[in-house]
Design a protein around this ligand. Structure first.
Ligand code: NAI
Length: 416
């Protein structure tokens, strides 16, 4: 597929394929799914368009989908998260790839359009860009699309808005909202990989530092938990009083960003909102503050405000931009304010993405077997349970089973 692909450098294929093989050996659930369905070829004759962070785990899922019969085309869901070697490795093994690291906005759009040129029957999206394009500039494709699945919180918000406006033109499975997704990927995956990205980029110590986590949703919980484990003093900022109370009960300080801005050494935004850290916060930050975002879009930390306030801007180190303010204070922004774990790291661990991507492929198979309305659908509990059981199997763990008497007791039949 190299010749059909839009990639930076085909020469990187061997290096990328090694990265894909490294994760393939650790994605046991996907391997089980491949074993279960390979003979049946359930995706035969189907074109699958994927827009996801293009690193090794995603590549392996695309490879498995291809092995299950689909013609697959893939692009990155963020201009800074594509790994060029992985893109080349995947393109050398049967998948059409249109993506490169550092794509301009125009190139990014072009890549998504090229993926859509395969005229998909099925879609896997991350953040909603693919689905949005189909509903705006590529409406001609709608009739052929059976449905798709969405990977992240922000994408689900966009899809639900489309559903409420009555414009969603095909069914979408909310993979993000499955238990085996957000309890693991958002919480433990983001928790670990955000710190991996920050630490490998800055090479700074976390212990004893004030770490401000904006947003105490599933991702924020993981980021805060791991910051505590690293010895950080964690402060949570929130807009939801229940989440804020939860953060307090979990042992974290809670305060408004205007207060936290004065004391933070590290700041991580993970809200799905915009302008969470902006002008008034930069004005009171300590010299040397390090800022990173883990939310889907690069709008949580206001780059326009930072640029306006800065008298000097330069690259301090790979993936670290220094902004010097008029009074000499220096503020450092990681990975241009894009998802730090992907733009400055390798994303979530393989064993975690194994669960998310098993949900993705299982959701596509479900869409093929069931007539669904043009709405955002929950992933059925049977799929969630199957993924959880396969996860336990891969860990070599077992659980107890209810006896008939226990089942009856729990369902209340034998209550006096
Ligand atoms: P969530 O909905 O569980 O949590 C978001 C939290 O942010 C909520 O508690 C909300 O009250 C809070 N919030 C909203 N606006 C705020 C503001 N201005 N200040 C402080 N808090 C605010 O969402 P989840 O699953 O934690 O996802 C958050 C973001 O991270 C989304 O954009 C999602 O797409 C993205 N995400 C990123 C991943 C990564 O690999 N970096 C992985 C999964 C999701």
């Amino acid at each position: 597929m190299i010749e059909k692909s839009t990639i930076r450098d085909p020469e990187l294929a061997d290096k990328g394929w090694k990265k894909i093989q490294w994760v393939a050996g650790r994605m046991d659930i996907l391997n089980e799914i491949l074993k279960e369905y390979e003979d049946e070829q359930p995706l035969a004759g189907k074109n699958l368009a994927i827009c996801l962070h293009l690193e090794a785990k995603t590549a392996y899922m695309a490879y498995v989908a291809n092995k299950l019969g689909a013609r697959v085309a893939i692009c990155g869901s963020n201009p800074l998260s594509t790994q060029d070697d992985v893109a080349a490795g995947l393109a050398a093994h049967g998948v059409e790839v249109h993506s490169w690291y550092g794509a301009t906005d125009e190139e990014y759009r072009e890549h998504i359009n090229k993926v859509l040129d395969i005229k998909p029957d099925l879609i896997i999206d991350d953040g909603g860009d693919l689905v949005e394009l189909v509903h705006t500039k590529r409406k001609d494709l709608i009739d052929k699309i059976i449905g798709g699945s969405e990977e992240t919180t922000t994408g689900i918000h966009r899809l639900k808005a489309m559903e409420n406006d009555g414009v969603l033109a095909f069914p979408m499975m909310a993979v993000n909202d499955a238990l085996c997704k957000y309890l693991f990927d958002n919480r433990y995956g983001t928790g670990q990989s955000v710190w991996d990205g920050i630490m490998r980029t800055t090479n700074l110590v976390v212990a004893g530092k004030n770490v401000v986590v904006a947003g105490y949703g599933w991702c924020g919980k993981g980021v805060a938990m791991r910051a505590k484990g690293l010895g950080g003093r964690v402060i949570v900022t929130e807009v939801d009083p229940i989440k804020a109370s939860e953060a307090w009960m979990d042992g974290f300080q809670v305060m408004p960003m205007q207060e936290a801005a004065k004391v933070g050494d590290f700041f991580i935004t993970v809200t799905g909102c915009k302008d969470v850290i902006c002008r008034e916060h930069f004005k009171v930050m300590k010299d040397g503050a390090v800022l990173a975002n883990a939310g889907h879009f690069d709008v949580e930390i206001s780059k326009p405000d930072l640029r306006e306030l800065a008298v000097k801007e330069e690259e301090a180190r790979n993936n670290i931009q220094l902004y010097e303010l008029a009074d000499g204070r220096k503020i450092y922004l990681l990975a241009e304010g894009r998802l730090v774990n992907l733009a400055a790291g390798d994303g979530h661990p393989a064993e975690i993405m194994d669960m998310s991507f098993a949900l993705q492929l299982s959701s596509l198979l479900y869409l093929l077997d069931n007539k669904m309305t043009n709405a955002v659908h929950k992933v059925p509990v049977e799929i969630d349970n199957k993924v959880a059981r396969l996860k336990l199997k891969s860990l070599g763990l077992a659980v107890d089973e209810l006896s008939k008497e226990q089942e009856a007791y729990l369902s209340g039949w034998q209550h006096e």
